[in-house]
Design a protein around this ligand. Structure first.
Ligand code: PEP
Length: 254
């Protein structure tokens, strides 16, 4: 099944108001518009979400949140609900990023509830999964990631409304990337786990992104791997020139 590429940038806890200019430079580099054959998403910090949604309105570029609370509203100081992100102009929200799993003790169940909240608010959740180096060294990478997919994916939902990001934890922000063979094997395992949860057709429809030190110089090779439907890019999404080079490295349809 042909799936449309999604190139997503995760700015993490980076970006003051001046960073909005960087997104403007990206739009300029793209010739004023998102490409016809791929989706481009920027997930800035929550403080910039509404401004960037306005800045990028009409460009075809999408903006997303980096996390959301499972509930729509209430006494949860400091949290942002999926409804709030949608209200600010988001179309997507990252849930279960390994930094949130590690820093905030997020479990698969919590991630599943956040993904369900995103869907309730009309957002597409980008559900992150990935093994640690210890898991990989123990030969458990496929087992761990398959279990994360089973545990973090809401059951009663149209699979086309989901995105999975496979991000080996040891490759995030380290400059290390998985080998092409390992990425292909992990994406195949992730898709098989999805098909087991959602049925073969639904499993085939979900976009699975690769994340972990994707840079301009390795993007073409990574994006060409069978089963890779795009990238979730951290550090290299902060500079328009680098993110543009990654977007430009995608394989073109036909
Ligand atoms: C990420 O934050 O999801 C990520 C993959 O970061 P980096 O590209 O910097 O490794």
């Amino acid at each position: 099944m042909a799936r449309r590429m999604l190139i997503a940038g995760n700015w993490k806890m980076n970006g003051l108001q001046a960073a909005r200019d960087e997104a403007g430079r990206l739009v300029e580099a793209l010739g004023g518009r998102a490409p016809d054959d791929a989706d481009v998403l920027i997930c800035p910090p929550a403080t910039l979400l509404a401004d960037m949604a306005r800045d990028l309105d009409g460009s075809g570029l999408l903006v997303g949140g980096q996390d959301c609370h499972a509930e729509a509203r209430g006494a949860h100081t400091g949290d942002v609900s999926a409804e709030m992100a949608a209200d600010a102009g988001a179309s997507h929200v990252i849930v279960g990023h390994s930094e949130r799993r590690a820093d905030h003790g997020e479990t698969d169940e919590m991630v599943r509830e956040k993904a369900a909240a995103a869907l309730r608010a009309g957002l597409t959740p980008v559900i992150c999964v990935g093994e640690t180096l210890a898991d990989r060294d123990a030969g458990r990478a496929e087992e761990i990631v398959s279990a994360q997919i089973r545990g973090s994916t809401p059951g009663s939902v149209d699979a086309a409304g989901l995105v999975i990001a496979y991000e080996p934890v040891w490759a995030i922000g380290t400059g290390r990337t998985a080998s092409s063979a390992d990425i292909a094997a992990m994406h195949a395992a992730a898709r098989a786990a999805l098909a087991a949860v959602k049925g073969a057709d639904a499993g085939a429809a979900v976009r699975i992104l690769y994340g972990g030190s994707v840079k301009p110089d390795n993007a073409a090779a990574i994006l060409a791997i069978d089963g890779v439907d795009g990238a979730l890019v951290g550090g290299a999404s902060l500079a328009a020139a680098d993110f543009h080079a990654i977007i430009a490295a995608r394989p073109r349809p036909g």
